[in-house]
Design a protein around this ligand. Structure first.
Ligand code: HEC
Length: 168
């Protein structure tokens, strides 16, 4: 190749490589702050449209009282009478928030247990991101990769969500 052609071809190849890299760059990893902001924003639907607060099942580590809500992406997958069909999986970007309450009045919220479906994120375990925090967003961070969560949550066959079988 003559000099005349070398530089244009070289620069073109470089640009081409940079463009390709852009396309394959994975999305920025999830953070505790971003997840907390999303989990406490609007656009959620309570399980079966029922906003009442229930006593946790004896199988729960979270104790006390709770209600669960789903973001729009997760909600769209609840096609089996408000539940995820057996053997199905939630779409990426699904967020499930378990509000943790001290009693059943609905006014004594003290924190959130959160699951976010992001199988390609560096903090995922079993396809989900896991956090359990107080109302300021501090607590069990996503960096723990759900180490204390996944044992209980892998028991059933509805994509790691316990509620559907325990509160049908
Ligand atoms: C000892 C077992 C156990 C452990 C450990 C546990 N969970 Fe749960 N979790 C449950 C049960 C049972 C439910 C169903 C609701 C209830 O009875 O409170 C539940 C409900 C949830 C829900 C609502 C969706 C669903 O699965 O029903 C979320 C979100 C959640 N847990 C997140 C977490 C996170 C995050 C952790 C770790 C920090 C965790 N859980 C650890 C047992 C557990």
């Amino acid at each position: 190749m003559t000099r005349k052609y070398f530089y244009p071809v070289f620069i073109f190849s470089l640009l081409f490589l940079v463009e390709c890299r852009k396309d394959t760059t994975p999305p920025a990893p999830e953070t505790d702050a971003a997840l907390f902001a999303r989990a406490t924003s609007g656009g959620y639907t309570y399980y079966k449209g029922d906003a009442s607060v229930h006593h946790s099942s004896p199988q729960s580590a979270h104790g006390g009282f709770f209600r669960v809500r789903f973001n729009a992406i997760a909600q769209a997958a609840l096609t089996d009478q408000g539940k995820l069909p057996t053997g199905a999986t939630f779409p990426n970007g699904s967020i499930i928030v378990k509000e943790l309450h001290n009693d059943s009045t609905g006014t004594q919220l003290h924190g959130y247990a959160i699951m976010e479906k992001l199988p390609s994120d560096t903090s995922q375990a079993d396809g989900w991101i896991w956090a359990e925090v107080n109302t300021s967003g501090a607590g069990y961070t996503i960096n723990n990769k759900g180490a204390i969560c996944t044992g209980c949550h892998s028991i059933d066959d509805r994509d790691h969500v316990r509620l559907f079988d325990l509160f049908p």
